[in-house]
Each structure stands twice: as C-alpha cells, then as structure tokens.
Design a protein around this ligand. Structure first.
Ligand code: DNO
Length: 348
C-alpha cells in the first residue's frame, strides 16, 4: 500500500511541508489546474509540480485527475481531437514518472453534495447529501457551484449540455466510454501508466443526468469494455458506499483480488434512512463502513497500489477547501496506517 495525499498545488492552503510530516506519507496526488479541460498540459507545468513535490522528499507518481472532455462523454464528432490530447497527456505524464491516472466519466458535474458546512454535535463540520435539499437545487441557474465542479461553464453552456445529455441513453454512455478506452488504454499500456476510473459520486443519476459507474454489475461491465490491467479502478469507498446496495467489503475484495484496483480512496459515510448521507470521520464507528474489514481484504489480496485518505471534516477551527483540509485527513491517514501496521504485524 502506497500512502498518498491529495494536494491542490501551490495555492493549496495545505502545505507540502505539513503533508510530509504525516507518518509514512509517500506520494502526492495532484494535477495541473490551470489548463482548460481537453487541452494538453504544458511539459513545464508538469515539471514544476514534480519539482515542488520531490523537493519535499515526496513522490510524484499519481495524478488526480486528467478530466475527460464532455464531447468524449457525449460521443460528439469533435471527440477524436480531445482523445488525441488525452493520449498526449498520458505520454507527457509518463515521461515525468507518473504511474497512475485517476479520472471520471460523470456527465457535467463531479461529486455533488447539498451542504458543505453541516455542523456535527462535536462542533466539526462535514459534507452532506440531503434528499430534501437536492430537490431544491437547480444547477441550470449557473449560481450553484461545488468544489469538485468545473467553474468555467456559463449558464448557456450548461443548458446546451443538459439538452445534449437529454438525448443520450445510458447505453450511449457505455458506447462512448468504450470508444474512449479503446483509444487510450493501448497508450497507457505502452507508457506503463495505470488508468483508474473514479466511481460516480453519489452513485445514482443526479439532475436527470445519466451516471453509469455506480455498482458491482456496472464495474464488471466497465472492466470488460477493455479487459486489460491498465484499465482499472479508483475504488472510492465513500462514493460507492453511500448506497446501501453496494457491499463495500465484497467489492473491494473482489476487484483487489483481480488486481484491478490501482488507487483506493478511503472515506467513511453515514447512510441515512431516506437514502441521503453524511460524510463522517474515517473511524468505522463514526459511519456506515467498516474500515478494518476493507483494509483487511486489501491486505489479504496483497494490495500494493496507491491509497489516500479521502474527504475529512473541518476540525480544530481549520478553514479551507471543503473536504480537503489538513487535520482530519491527517487523522484519517494515521488511523489507516495504524490498521495497516496491525494487519502486517498480526501476519508475522
Ligand atoms: C472528490 C474526488 C473526485 C475525483 C474525481 C476524479 O473529492 O475524489 O472529485 O477527484 O471524480 O476524476
């Protein structure tokens, strides 16, 4: 298991100097953020990131994310141009030492929550998804923006995208994903870069937009689209695990045994009776997921991919990027390291 931590580059209030003080921290997970989706990342920007990370004694070998242009997801004729850029990004990142690239295939919006500062009884805040709040959200006004969303869309762009997705079936999405994979996976293999799709978060359709990377059946289908170890998963426990229908221990066990999990995101969530959820501290008792059981199956299957603590609460008065403060993610990292050390020692 290679412990890693997400860092948003030089403007991130969480400094590399602090991240490297977390025991056993190895890799930095980052991206070039100032290039529009679909364009090629300048070699200089990649080199700059690499230098910043390596100067602090950390490893630069995972990217999250190289985003996929909407025209690829929609199967528009212009997709080939964007696929060529994507391939070039894989090549350039490989030249810089990258071994794993995380991406997603969610239409328009990445991860979605209804409130980013929900106050817990202990005074910390977390991210929540409440069913009654989501019904009142209208993304088409362009006023709504979440940290994971591409903020460059104008109201008109959003309207066009919604219209285009309105004409698309889930089967069309599968065809478009297959076309994308058939083009990029040979390049990834040639460059020895493991591609790791992130599940849809939450794993159901939102705002009427189709979502397909949502459950075991669909993960099986995804892996078979191009049945090659370079076509793998970012297994995010919080994304898939906020649906009661997904048995996370079984899912992690199954795909890690197959060697198809390249990147683990460990996050805990508390599933509510009405199907909504609240993100929680990593500790199993705080949420609905059993972190020890999840790590145990990874250990059993000899998992040697990347793993990072995902979203944390805001604690100890920290302010910053929702889900991505330092303190609670560092607690999560230490909790995970503790479980992993225990598993290793019990095995001796
Ligand atoms: C949420 C993240 C996601 C993830 C993308 C991958 O916090 O895990 O935004 O980075 O979906 O493309």
């Amino acid at each position: 298991m290679k412990l890693s931590f997400r860092w948003y580059g030089k403007d991130d209030p969480v400094k590399l100097d602090y991240i490297r003080q977390i025991p056993t921290m190895r890799s930095i997970v980052t991206a070039v953020y100032d290039v529009p989706v679909g364009e090629v990342w300048p070699r200089e920007s990649i080199a700059e990131l690499k230098k910043m990370v390596e100067d602090k004694g950390l490893v630069f070998d995972v990217i999250e994310s190289v985003p996929v242009h909407e025209d690829i997801k929609l199967g528009r004729p212009t997709r080939d141009k964007y696929i060529e850029s994507y391939k070039e990004n894989i090549r350039r990142l490989a030249e810089a030492g990258i071994k794993c690239i995380c991406y997603n295939f969610m239409p328009v919006f990445d991860w979605t929550r209804t409130q980013l500062d929900h106050v817990l009884p202990d005074g910390s805040t977390d991210l929540v998804y409440y069913k009654d709040q989501v019904e009142k959200m209208d993304p088409l006004t362009g006023e709504l923006s979440l940290p994971g969303w591409d903020a460059s869309y104008k109201k008109e762009d959003l309207k066009d995208l919604f219209d285009a997705y309105g004409k698309l079936t889930e089967e069309d999405m599968w065809d478009n994903l297959k076309y994308f994979l058939e083009n990029i996976i040979p390049v990834a293999e040639e460059c020895d870069v493991k591609m790791a799709i992130h599940p849809d978060d939450p794993p159901w359709n939102i705002f009427g937009l189709p979502r397909i990377i949502t459950c075991e059946k669909n993960l099986d289908r995804f892996l078979k689209l191009v049945d090659n170890p370079y076509n793998g998963l970012t297994l995010c426990t919080g994304s898939l695990g906020c649906s009661k229908l997904n048995d996370m221990v079984h899912i992690v066990d199954k795909y890690s045994a197959m060697g198809r999990i390249h990147f683990m995101h460990l996050r805990n969530v508390k599933i509510l009776d009405d199907g909504g959820f609240e993100e929680s501290a990593h500790y199993s008792g705080c949420g609905s997921l059993d972190m020890v059981a999840i790590l145990r199956v990874l250990y059993k299957n000899g998992f040697d991919g990347y793993l990072r603590p995902d979203h944390g609460r805001m604690i100890w008065g920290e302010t910053g990027r929702p889900g991505y403060g330092l303190y609670d993610r560092a607690l999560g990292a230490s909790y995970i390291t503790g479980i992993w050390e225990t598993l290793c020692k019990l095995d001796k």
